[in-house]
Design a binder for this molecule. Structure first.
Ligand code: SAH
Ligand code: SF4
Ligand code: F3S
Length: 441
């Protein structure tokens, strides 16, 4: 492909892993393209897509129709679709969405220069091959949208868990871990460049495993290695599957103040019948035992979760079980969703999507209201406490205030004073909302 400085605009949908992937894509294309924020300046537009729920795909279809009118005005504009939706719908998408010049699945980003070159010669091209080994471990991501303080590091790809409702194992392929040395080097380089926080990413980070000669590095070992880079580098991670979260990890977290005291532990449902149908392979009792252990070893730890309402066959009692589990755990935060049927998954094939939409909405509203209450109560308990926060940027509401997060991942807003973005500051919380801790000092 010819080296010329053209302009690339990337839009990213879906999870944090997609944000990290877009940075890999920017790196792969950096010899040929400079990133632009402006859609109008772009020679190439890439949408990095998500398929996790139907709503996510509908949003992307809508965006493609908007891009089609832009392309009418600028015929030379090249448009490519990346990510999970490209993988899920494949060639069919090229037929359906005439605006697309090419599509590339999550393991095909090294072939982007070639796909784009072919697209230039008006051949519609695609690569949706899924790999058992690709981890992009030698590629230094271009942090084009960064605040210079926090960065994501992808430590593994794919998922082997096959929760019955979930499309991710089909769009992202087999689980594979990345060489721990390249993860360490990437984190160290970020710290040298002034970054103060890294988030280690995978669909199921607790099953991370890298073998080098006779040594085996598991997720707890990896987290400890990264935490040792500097006490000034915060370490976060996502996502933990309840079945794999080990005591060893909890003890490592307790040992290092710079490993943030925050665990995202998706439960999905509080009912054993639903958990079994979902193939989550743990019970309510096992999950609650894990929570008890977290609270014992890490008394300051905040816990958040993901919940699906209205999964196939969910009764009022199952729903009540979810509500009671939420109260028992007392989550700081939750991401809550209505079940969305994904074609090709086991649930779509085996179970009837039998909960009417209105009932799904009602149940969703109930869990959102409960979580709102739990979050507010949790924040109220923090009023009067002091926290160390990492300053991440200027508050959206007021340019006289900064925002940052404490170790528990709670957003804190405080007056700017003489501080700078990227510094640590100790603040006393004087008031709160359900979503924010506020310091007026
Ligand atoms: N690997 C992570 C989750 C990745 S997807 C884990 O296992 O925890 C993020 C969340 O989307 C899931 O936790 C689940 O709550 C939700 N989700 C996945 N598939 C869904 C579907 N078909 N309908 C509704 N929500 C879904
Ligand atoms: Fe999906 Fe389950 Fe894998 Fe999470 S663990 S990505 S919910 S299959
Ligand atoms: Fe979506 Fe794919 Fe992430 S389906 S949630 S972008 S792994």
């Amino acid at each position: 492909m010819q080296r010329a400085v053209k302009k690339l605009h990337i839009e990213t949908y879906g999870c944090q892993m997609n944000v990290a992937d877009s940075e890999v894509v920017a790196s792969i294309l950096s010899p040929y393209y400079k990133i632009t924020d402006s859609l109008r300046d772009a020679d190439l537009v890439l949408l990095n897509t998500c398929s996790v729920r139907d709503h996510a795909e509908q949003r992307i279809r809508k965006r493609l129709h908007e891009l089609a009118s832009l392309k009418k005005k600028n015929k030379s504009l090249v448009i490519g679709l990346l990510g999970c939706m490209a993988e899920r719908i494949k060639e069919q998408l090229l037929e359906e969405e005439k605006v697309l010049n090419f599509i590339a699945g999550p393991d095909a980003y090294r072939s982007l220069p070639k796909l784009i070159e072919e697209a230039d010669s008006e051949i519609i091209s695609f690569n949706v091959h899924l790999s058992d080994v690709e981890t992009y471990d030698d590629i230094e991501p271009v942090r084009y949208n960064s605040n210079g303080v926090s960065a994501y590091i992808s430590i593994m790809r794919g998922c082997n868990n096959y929760c019955t409702y979930c499309v991710v194992p089909y769009t992202r392929g087999r689980e594979r871990s990345r060489d721990s040395k390249t993860i360490f080097d990437e984190a160290e380089l970020l710290f040298e460049k002034g970054y103060k926080e890294v988030t280690l990413l995978g669909q199921n980070v607790n099953s991370y495993c890298w073998k080098s000669g006779d040594t085996k590095i598991d997720f707890a070992d990896l987290t400890e290695l990264i935490a040792q880079i500097s006490p000034l580098l915060r370490v976060r991670f996502a996502t933990s599957h309840p079945k794999d979260i080990s005591d060893k990890l909890l003890y490592v977290m307790a040992k290092y103040p710079n490993i943030c005291k925050y665990i995202h532990l998706p439960v999905q449902s509080g009912s054993n019948k639903m958990l079994k149908r979902m193939n989550r392979v743990y019970t309510r009792e096992y999950y609650l035992e894990r929570i008890k252990k977290i609270k014992k070893i890490l008394p300051e730890c905040a816990i958040s979760t993901d919940i699906i309402v209205g999964f196939c066959g969910e009764t009022e009692q199952d729903h009540q079980d979810t509500l009671s589990l939420m109260r028992e755990v007392d989550y700081e935060y939750a991401f809550m969703f209505k079940y969305s049927v994904r074609e090709g998954t086991k649930a779509a094939e085996k179970f009837e999507n039998d909960i009417p939409e209105e009932l799904k909405i009602k149940r969703l509203e109930e869990i959102i209201a409960l979580q709102q209450h739990l979050s507010l109560e949790s924040n109220k308990r923090d009023v009067g406490k002091t926290f160390e926060v990492l300053i991440e940027g200027v508050s959206k509401r007021s340019d006289r205030h900064f925002f940052g997060r404490n170790s528990q991942n709670k957003v804190c807003v405080f007056p700017k004073m003489n501080c700078k973005i990227g510094e640590y500051l100790t603040v006393e919380i004087t008031k709160c909302t359900a979503g924010t801790l506020i310091s007026e000092l």
